[in-house]
Design a protein around this ligand. Structure first.
Ligand code: UD1
Ligand code: UDP
Length: 367
């Protein structure tokens, strides 16, 4: 029998982290011919993840350009995908998450009448502006997908509310936990010199809707916290988007106990999460990983498509308001009871077997 050709698409760092376990699981399947397409919406941040998981892309669109607009990015992705789909003629395409890669690839597949499996389907805030443009990206991908691999019952309920047939949805858990379990067990160094006697606050931030004044508020709050808590060290791997990087270096570059560094490779970042006392972040993936590692997260956003950890009290939304960021962080630094309540190791987003469930669905479909 001719093997079934499955094209797995990765564009950015989080897509690669969350798709890697699916690609590795599919590669073990005798019925499947796995092809990996890197749109390379991210370059360095994508490559380091693929290297870590020992995945070599078969096709590379090399889309990244410094600070390109969303319209240019989308147009270049659509044109690139037209050629790829024409040449490859896959039986199915897998996309992950809510980036512009996911939206544009889903649309191109729809035009080519190729079925799409959407990994991490059904996350919603129900607000098109927050997060921007990710809410629109995932709604569009959700409209076009044939298989919806929802991480939680909540995401399944969101899809049902949008009219997706129940039979097209499978609750799998999030593949981010598969990747985390593969990685956290390894003994990997952070690769950054830290004072072992000091508590570590780990910071990440990159959301487009926070660019400008909200991001400046975040930086002001971090600076105030660092100046007040000289016995605490802050480590902030800065996202390379110029709207983040330039401001972060301008506002925090000369603060003694804030260490700015380039994005950490995935495994050292997991080591940094493990070593941290608490995490301040607007990242989607970090909101999922940190609870599994027992680390409280203060989320620099007003709403989230990942309510499960909030409901369990281990993640807290603090927005981009200066006073709120400072007071909630200070509370966790000073109040051991409040800290203990948030530092419980729970994993509402997965059990490490999500990719197995995804592969089983595809196997049963194509058999
Ligand atoms: C993108 C996704 C966002 C996701 C995030 C994960 C979109 C619109 N945004 O945001 O949903 O949460 O990735 O990190 O899909 N750059 C580099 N090197 C890299 C990567 C990026 O220099 O390896 C710089 C480039 O100047 C690039 C810019 O960052 O143009 C922005 O990249 P882009 O992918 O458009 O947006 P992100 O902010 O990274
Ligand atoms: N991450 C990383 N290095 C860093 C910061 C984050 O490898 O310096 C990982 C993190 O473990 C998580 C993912 O990148 O799995 C999250 O990516 P990001 O925050 O860029 O995107 P989002 O999840 O918000 O889409």
């Amino acid at each position: 029998m001719k093997p079934i050709k499955i094209l797995s698409v990765v564009g950015t760092r989080p897509e690669a982290i969350k798709m890697a376990p699916v690609i590795l699981a599919l590669k073990k399947e005798p019925w499947a011919e796995v092809r990996v397409l890197a749109t390379a919406q991210h370059r360095h941040m994508l490559d380091q993840v693929l290297n870590f998981f020992d995945i070599e892309p078969d096709i590379d669109l090399n889309i990244m350009r410094p600070n390109q607009t969303l319209t240019t990015l989308t147009a270049r992705l659509l044109l690139g995908m037209d050629d790829v789909l024409q040449a490859e003629k896959p039986d199915a395409v897998l996309v992950q998450g809510d980036t512009t890669t996911v939206m544009a690839v889903s649309l191109a597949c729809f035009y080519h009448r190729i079925p799409i499996g959407h990994v991490e389907a059904g996350l919603r805030t129900w607000d098109m502006q927050n997060p921007f443009p990710e809410e629109a990206n995932r709604v569009i991908a959700g409209k076009l997908a044939r298989w919806h691999f929802a991480p939680t019952e909540g995401s399944r309920a969101n899809l049902l509310r949008e009219g997706v047939p129940d039979g097209e949805i499978l609750v799998t858990g999030n593949t981010v936990i598969d990747a985390l379990l593969m990685t956290a067990a390894k003994d990997i160094e952070i690769g950054i010199e830290l004072d072992p006697s000091k508590r570590l606050v780990l910071v990440t931030s990159h959301r487009r809707e926070n660019f400008g004044e909200p991001f400046r508020n975040i930086c002001r709050a971090l600076r105030a916290l660092a100046e007040k808590n000289v016995d605490v060290q802050f480590l902030y791997p800065v996202h390379p988007n110029p709207n983040v990087k330039d401001v972060a270096h301008e506002m925090l570059g000369n603060c003694r106990n804030i260490q700015l560094c380039a994005p950490l490779d995935y495994a050292p970042f997991v080591a940094a999460m493990k070593r941290s006392y608490l995490i301040i972040s607007d990242s989607g993936g970090v909101q999922e990983e940190a609870p599994a590692l027992g680390k409280p997260v203060l989320v620099l956003r007003d709403e989230t498509e990942r309510p499960e950890a909030i409901d369990q009290g281990v993640v807290l939304l603090v927005g981009t308001n200066y006073d709120r960021i400072v007071s909630e962080t200070q509370r966790l630094l000073d109040d051991q009871v409040a800290y203990g309540e948030m530092a419980r190791g729970i994993s509402p987003y997965g059990d490490g077997l999500a990719s197995e469930r995804i592969v089983k669905t595809l196997r049963e479909h194509f058999a």
